[in-house]
Structures are given as structure tokens and as C-alpha cells.
Design a protein around this ligand. Sequence first.
Ligand SMILES: *[C@@H]1O[C@H](CO)[C@@H](O)[C@H](O)[C@H]1NC(C)=O
Ligand SMILES: *[C@@H]1O[C@H](CO)[C@@H](O)[C@H](O)[C@H]1NC(C)=O
Ligand SMILES: *[C@@H]1O[C@H](CO)[C@@H](O)[C@H](O)[C@H]1NC(C)=O
Length: 863
Amino acid sequence: MKAIQTTKAVVMLNWHVLAFGHGTYSSKMLKTVLLRVLLTLPSPVEAGYPSPAASSAAIPASQVIQDVSAKTLDRKVIEDHLSVQAIIRSYQLRGHFLAKTDPLGMDSSAEPTHRFVRQLESYHLDASDMERIFTLPQTTFIGGQETALPLREIIRRLESVYCSSIGVEYMFINDRQKCDWIRKKFETPGIIQFTKMDKRLVLERLIRSIKFEEFLARKWSAEKRFGLEGCEVLIPSLKAIIDECSGQGVESFVPHAIGKGRLNVLANVARKPLESIFCQFDSKLEPTDELLRLWLNETFEVMLDKLFLVDSSRQGSGDECPNSWRSAFLTGCRYETFHLSDLPEYSTHGTIHIVVNNQIGFTTDPRVARSSPYCTDVARVVNAPIFHVNADDPEAVMYVSQVASQWRCHFGSDVVIDLVCYRKNGHNEIDEPMFTQPLMYKTIKKHKSVLEMYADAKIEEGIMTQQEFEEEQANYEKICEDAYQNAKKIENTKNAEWLDSPWTDEDTLAHIGGKFSQLPEDFTIHGGLKRILKARSKMIDNREADWALGEALAFGSLLKDGNHVRLSGQDVERGTFRFLHDQSARLVMWEAQFGDFSNTAQCIIDQFISSGQAKWVRQSGLVMMLPHGYEGMGPEHSSARLERFLQMSIDDPDIIPDIEAEDFVVQQLYNSNWQILNCTTPANLFHAMRRQIKMTFRKPAIIFTPKSLLRHPEARSSFDDMIEGTYFQRLIPELGVATEKPSNIERLIFCSGRVFYDLLKERKETQKEDRIAIARVEQISPFPYDLVDAECRKYSNAELMWVQEEHKNMGAWTYVQPRIQNLMGGQTVRYSGRSSAAATATGNKSVHTAELRKFLNVAMKLD
Ligand SMILES: *[C@@H]1O[C@H](CO)[C@@H](O)[C@H](O)[C@H]1NC(C)=O
Ligand SMILES: *[C@@H]1O[C@H](CO)[C@@H](O)[C@H](O)[C@H]1NC(C)=O
Ligand SMILES: *[C@@H]1O[C@H](CO)[C@@H](O)[C@H](O)[C@H]1NC(C)=O
């Protein structure tokens, strides 16, 4: 559940504008998927399950029985045929549990319960039946041209198809055609064949893969490189996929998260120049090559998180090349990636998932890490076939890679390769694995490398001579050595190819008119919406915008300027966005899933959004709209956790920037890691969105959005605040009577967000409009020092107070307090708001109201 939420946050990283909508995601989403699966469960026949009458479906059952009795068929013959059919089905269903996929031969996933597959007596047959000839059912292709085989041969063939180096897991797929497709690919006798050339190529690729790691190990023995040792076959496998897919017309490949062996993949698959890889080790690093740097420098756990989340983010960039077939790889099996796999606008039309399954995570054994037999079990939810394969059998791996590629090209859906391998070293090269996995590592120590084994076999087979083999190795060695020497000459490894393409800065200011209140011609809408449109049209006649229109105008004007706007988040098409969504057929308006509670997306926010530029060298103009507010709706509606975002903002409270500097505002924003905004007017929201595009650089914007302001009569803006010459206001100063005699003002309140309207009302009711001034901080971070300073100076006799509706240990208090205080030379800032609490809000309406009452009283009580 947690992981699912996280996906949604990052999905947008590459987009110009993104809004997260309202509503929760995970449980709903799961339910939908489960329901879908349940509803579409096929009949046994469709599912490819042999049913005795399946092949003679046209013949009524009664007739079959008559026929049988007419010919007085031996009852035992029928029963024995059914038994043989059951044997075949057992292998198809459970053979993978018995397959020899573990190179170390230690795998214990073959539970005793699976043993019956091989026990004749469980099918009421015995050794005396072995030579009897049985007609094969239509649900198998093991016969090839033959329709009947002796039982001994049937079992032999089943054993070789299902229980050797490949474990094919597919019988859960609820589509007979797909099951047959796979059966054909694996059961057809003699289908797995490689030419001499193919085998040689595999051997050459293996040499590169292994020698690369050896070279690094030799040159930098004290460095962590998270090498591929134990799964070197990944390189030929990736190459085989690329070969096969290219052959089928695939034009581009999008590799996702590659875990171990990343450097090897860069060198031998992506063909990154070896020089620029080697020089990374010699501290001539430039931050531009962060991916590698992180790889070399950080701990594996962090990497796991980071890299393994990347694939979901790539999945979100669904329209990168909308019409060209894309292929994608990644290591690891992430639940959310599978769930995104078939969503409109998210689908990659099939991802090839490769699990580098070293049978250990870091130090945790699988049996205490998850509750299902395979780490790939999550793929079953989307009906992706799973091919478990022994990484020590390169030809089996090649075959599986090819079939996976064909599946991807044929069906356009996900497929999984579970490369069962081992980890030769510890979780990195410096780590001692004997501490945690003594038994396994005893076995590993004695284990021959895949290259040794494969080379021996192929030399014997005459694919390559011993001499050629040695030459091949020496050649690659020399390539590495040359690159190593060249790398020393590289002064600066700043390589532009890893940088973002710069964002274009379009300069148009929108002409925004009544478009949003008119219906396009051929458009039918719900009656309720008509009413909304009418009200909107009236608003527009008055040259006004409410919250929804403010948003609509921002998106509309950006689209008009040719910008791509993508909205993502569950329920974004409801509420404020509804009208826009109706136009989405023509405007590019995306809609996807995101819940309103960003908390479970915290790791994405940490990894990509708060630190995106510093760590990943990627500027992001992402907008996160997080519904938040204290409206008596309970803790789940007040949990956007503003304080966390503020805590991660990088400006130092003890350093007051030079507010006199000419470019203070731009510079301050440029230096920050993101913007934390809390708008109180539609016009300001409008400007906040547009600014995202109009700025010459990108900063993520976290915007806290209120529910109640959607319909708040005072939360309206005139068009005058949106037309040319207007701009985003980082702070909206007091505008009322308090400005007339500033020296009379006894208290200056700073606040942010919707609580402003409560304060306004309260001030009016208590008739303090000439004694209390209220300023709204719309951009909380980076902190608008200059404007706060101006307000404070204006009301120079006033005491300062911060009012928030959040609890004291939440909200913006701890962020603004030291900043205002330092700015004002130590002047005290008073607090009015809810007191500290563990939960974000009370669920009890009357307690909620009492709390509100209390802090409003404090805010208005002058002593
Ligand atoms: C590696 O990490 C350490 C500790 O986090 C840091 O001090 C150092 O600068 C990093 N080195 C590189 C090359 O990034
Ligand atoms: C931010 O805005 C939201 C929504 O208007 C509001 O509920 C919240 O109190 C504001 N938070 C702060 C710290 O100003
Ligand atoms: C809500 O809080 C009030 C005041 O503490 C209390 O009297 C009331 O019973 C509570 N209501 C519920 C439903 O718990």
C-alpha cells in the first residue's frame, strides 16, 4: 500500500505542471483491480484448463457417454487417460517449483507438497504403465507431430520442458490463447536451438561482462562498485532482448532501474565510454554524473530505494514516444509498476521486468522477507507470465529473453524474467557475507563461474578453441587497459549528455476570455454542470474568478501558449477540474491517480522532489497540490504535513539574506530547493501555476490547497488581478482600514491559507479593524523577508503574532518564528493556534470548533 502511494508522486517528474487531486488511492485502486480480475475469471475451458469434454464441446454429454458405452470402452482406459492428462496439467501448473533454477542447488522452494507431481501413484498409475501409449490431450504441444506417446516419453518431455533450467509460470493467466502461445514456445520438441554463431556471441558477451568486473576489482580493490558477480549473464540477456526486439521493429529502449551491475550495463549494454566510467573512481567527479557518483559513494540501501523507485517514475512518462513501441527493463518487481502497466496514459505497452534474483536482499533471507514463494508473485496480478531461469545456463537465459521479447512485441503487455543467480561478494565488495549467510557462502566459494562452465562446455563442443577463448579475453583486457590509461588524462568529466535538455521559456501572456464558460459545439454535459457553467459565465461577465476558475484560467492560458499540462491524481477530474476534463479530448490534459495524503509518498518526495536538483541534477517544475485544511473533517483531511516540507527547505533561518539586493527575489528562489505555497486568492493561484512555466528555471512547487475556499464567497479575484502587469504575490499585505493609521495598529498578524478568512471575519465581529492588521504569507518558503520586513516597519508599534490553524508542532510556526524574529532583530513573535498534538486533527466536531474558537479569541484579544 505504501509503495503504491509513492509511485504517484514521482510519476510526474518530467512534466511541466502537475496537480495531485483529492481522494485516496490505494485501497480503491486495489479493489478495482481485484474486482476486474474476479469479474473476468474465465470458464475453465477458456483458461486453457483441460476439461474432459473440452475437445468435443459440440457433442452433448449424453451422447459421449452413449458412444463410450456403445463401444464398450474399457473404463480403465478412460481413467488412465484422464490421469495422464492430470500429469501433464500438474507439470504445466507446478513444474516450475521443481525446476532446477537455483545455480547453487540450495533452493528449498520445492515444498514437499509439490512432490506429488512426480509420483505416479498420486495419479493412480504405476511403473507398469510406463510403456503404455497414451493419446495426448489438446492442451499440450509436447507431442510435436505425434498425437500419442508412451507414458515414459511423455514424462521425460515434461521433465525437460518444465523441470530443467527454466521454470515457466503461466497457468494463472486467464486467457487460453496466451497460455497456448507459451505452451507452444516451451513444449514444442526441439524448439530451443542455437546456432554456432549464437553460442559464440553469448560466450563473447559473457567474457566482456565478467572481465569488466574483474578489471574493476583489480584496479580498485578497495572500492565499492556493486558488481554483477554471480549474475554476469544479465549482460548477454539484455543484449538478447535488444536484438530480438529490434528485429521485431522496436526502435527505442528505456532501461529503468538497474541495480547491481549498473556500471557493467553502462559499459557493455549502453556502451558508455569506458574512460568516463573509470575516471569516476579517481575522484575527478563532477556532480553532473550523479547517478554514477551515488552508485560509487552511497550505501546500498539508499540505492535500493532510489533506483527501484525510478522505474515507476518512468512508467508515468507514458507519452514519451506515444506511437513507437517502447521496451523497458528494470530489476526488481515493484507492485505499483505492475499496477500502472495497463492504465491509460501510463502504459508502456509492455515492460520486460528482469529480476536479478541473487536469492538474498541484503542480508535478509527470503523466507523471512515475504510470505509468498517467489519474489515475482506480484506480477501475477496483471497476468504477466513469469520465466524463472537458472543464471548459470546461458542458453536457457537467452531463450527466455527471446521469448519474453516476443511476448512483449506480440501481446504488448508485461512479462517477467526471474534470473535466479547468486551474489558472489557481499552486498558490496567490501562487505563480508560469511557473517550473515555462512552456509550459502560456503557453497558460493566452491562454485565455478558461469564463464568457466560455459566456456568449458563450448570449447568441448567446438564453438571456440581454447586459444580463441584466451585471445578474446586478452582483447577485452586490452580495451579496458587502454581506457584506463586514457581515463587518467581526462581532466573533467562533466559530460553534457547527462544533463537535462533546457526547459524552453515561452513568453506569452495569455488572453483569457469567456472560453471556459462556453461549451464546445459537439459537447454534451451533465445538467448539473450546465448550472455551473452558467454561474461561471456570470462570474466572467463580472470579470471575476473563483478558485476553480482561477485554476482553469491558469491551465487554459498555459495550454494556449502551447504548454503541456498534465494533471495526475485520483479524482482530479472531479471538483475544480471537472470542466477542464471534459475538454481533455482536445487539450492535452492528463488524469491519473494520486491521493491527497502525501505522507506515504515521503520517500519519493525525499529522493526526487526535495533533492532532485542537488542529487539527480534534474530541474523539475512539478506542482504538487496537496489538499489540506482544518475544516472539522478529521485528521485525514489535515495531514498534508506542511512542516515536513518546510523542514526540508534549505534556507538557513540564521542567515538573513540581503533583501536590498536588486535580484533578491529571483536569486532567493533560484537558490532554494523548492517553493512552499499556500494561496488565499484564485488570482494568486493562477499566477503560481503560470510562474512555474514562465520562470527561466524550474523549482518544484508544493501548493497546499483548501477545500473550503473552493466555494468561499470572499475567495474571489477580479480579472484585474490576472491580466498583464499582475504577478504572483509572495505576501498579501493588509489592505483594509488598518492601513489608514498604521501607527495605531497594536498587533500585526501573519498567517497563511484559509485561516485568513476566519481571522477576517473574527476581526470584523470584534470590531478590531483599526487595531489589528493581518498579512497573508502566500509563499512560505523561500521566506519573503523583504515583504515581511516592509509590513513590520509599516506597523512599527504593533506586536507580532503568527496565527495558524495547525497544531503548534505542525504547520509553519517553527519555520516562520525564527525567521521573523531574526529579521526583526530579536523581536518576540507570539503564537496563536492549536496546541501541540500527536494526531493532525481531532475527529470530534465540537472539539474542533472549540479549538478554533479558542485560538481566534487569543488572536483578537488585545491586552
Ligand atoms: C562520498 O560520501 C562522503 C560522505 O557522505 C562525502 O563526504 C564525499 O564527498 C562523497 N564523495 C563523493 C566523491 O561524492
Ligand atoms: C495553508 O493553507 C491551508 C489551506 O488554506 C490552511 O488550512 C492552512 O492552515 C495553511 N497553513 C499554514 C501553515 O498557513
Ligand atoms: C466530542 O467532544 C465533546 C467535548 O469533549 C464530548 O462531550 C463529546 O462526547 C465528544 N463526542 C464524541 C462523539 O466523542
